[in-house]
Design a protein around this ligand. Structure first.
Ligand code: PLP
Length: 392
């Protein structure tokens, strides 16, 4: 018999992917220039030239060595490059033996959740949130506890997190810069969370782990993005080069188990075991090596910054309400009716493809991914205007 839950997951519609597929079909029907596809978070900025140059260099190496297995957590050189990068940027003595290379943040999060929990535990998330968190928690036998963010700034609501704690709480996942909201958690907000988690550790007599999901760390527009391990010792960072180097399809990222933890070695052992249990070992070796060479390449955020300006200016002139985005490439806009799915259907009639908040376990808002060409944003404004007029 097939695994029932796997079959359900495999057949459950992924609304964002469906919308993206609908956009492709619609573009073929009415012309690419007439569809305003804001559905998916695929970087629109090309990877730095150093990526192609590294590949060209690497493929000259003897193929058996180049394409062969590495140790499960990754090759020594790339892990050292990650540790050096963390040490240099964040003032921590990060060591390569605390770095586990992964197939993007997705694998890192699945591993991290599995490593810090036992079946029956609870994992807290801040809603709205990246919906796969709940899938990975469930796979680890855990329950996802959703704690709504504080509105209207979408910072973490520390009192609500406090109230959601139970003796079964194993950890919390946070994501800043945030998908889908674009919020960046302030230092003050993170410090308040760290103080709360430390109090709860004392109260329950065991570590509470903080998983910091950071694929958008470098995509910011001036806001400070504090390094979470420097604020809270029981932190596991799940990082990815999908957005910072525009390499989402290459599946390369890492887990960093903070050296500042008192039980860092044990947690890393559990991470390694979780990688083994889930089959995430020896991530794609060519991109381990590419990453080693490109780890210090700066992220190019200028196109996203320009898009952010265009979109926020255009939409505020039309009277839309949104959360001022400090990071990532998403704009969180209030739907013009309480039913965000119905609103997105109406937007579709204007060829505007927006993602409803329900996809992120929230309601009343929509997400606009502005990792598109500036031209799409400019040309979409009459459609946003017509949509607004429908509601007047
Ligand atoms: N976490 C968040 C918040 C994301 O938005 C994404 C991808 O969009 C991921 C994790 C997974 O990223 P990756 O491509 O590195 O697996």
């Amino acid at each position: 018999m097939l695994n029932q839950r796997a079959t359900e997951l495999g057949s459950a519609p992924n609304k964002i992917r469906e919308l993206f597929a609908y956009g492709l079909k619609r573009k073929a029907e009415i012309g690419e220039e007439n569809v305003f596809d804001f559905s998916i978070g695929n970087p629109s900025v090309p990877a730095p030239d150093a990526v192609a140059e590294s590949i060209a260099e690497l493929i000259k190496e003897p193929p058996c060595a180049l394409h062969g297995y590495t140790p499960s957590p990754g090759a020594a050189g790339p892990r050292q490059a990650v540790a050096d990068n963390i040490s240099r940027r964040f003032g921590i003595d990060a060591t390569a033996d605390q770095v586990y290379l992964t197939a993007g943040a997705a694998a890192g999060l699945a591993i991290g959740i599995y490593a810090i929990t036992n079946p029956g535990d609870e994992i807290m998330v801040i809603a709205p949130y990246f919906p796969e968190y709940a899938v990975w928690a469930e796979t680890a036998g855990c329950t996802t506890i959703e704690v709504p963010a504080h509105e209207p700034d979408f910072q973490m609501d520390i009192d609500a997190i406090d109230a959601a704690f139970t003796p079964k709480t194993a950890g919390i996942i946070i994501n800043s810069p945030n998908n889908p909201v674009g919020a960046v958690y302030t230092r003050e907000n993170l410090e308040a969370l760290a103080a709360l988690l430390s109090r709860k550790e004392e109260e329950y007599g065991h570590p509470i782990y903080l998983i910091s999901d950071e694929p958008y760390r470098e995509i910011t527009y001036g806001a400070e993005v504090p390094y979470v391990p420097t604020l809270y010792k029981h932190t596991i960072v799940c990082y990815s080069y999908s957005k910072s180097l525009s390499l989402p399809g290459e599946r390369i990222g890492y887990i960093y188990v903070s050296n500042l933890m008192d039980n860092a070695k044990e947690v890393y052992t559990a991470v390694s075991g979780a990688g083994r249990a889930l089959g995430f070992i020896c991530t794609a070796v060519l991109f381990q090596r590419v990453m080693e060479k490109c780890v210090n390449e700066p992220s190019d955020v200028e196109a996203y910054r320009a898009n952010r300006e265009l979109l926020t200016k255009g939409l505020s002139e039309l009277g839309y309400e949104f959360v001022e985005p400090d990071g990532a490439f998403y704009l969180w806009v209030r739907a013009l009716e309480s039913d965000d799915e119905a609103f997105c259907e109406k937007a579709k009639a204007h060829e505007l493809l927006l993602v409803p908040a329900t996809c992120f376990k929230s309601h009343g808002w929509v997400r606009i991914s502005y990792c598109v060409s500036a031209d799409v944003i400019k040309r979409s404004m009459p459609a946003f205007k017509a949509l607004m007029e429908e509601y007047k």
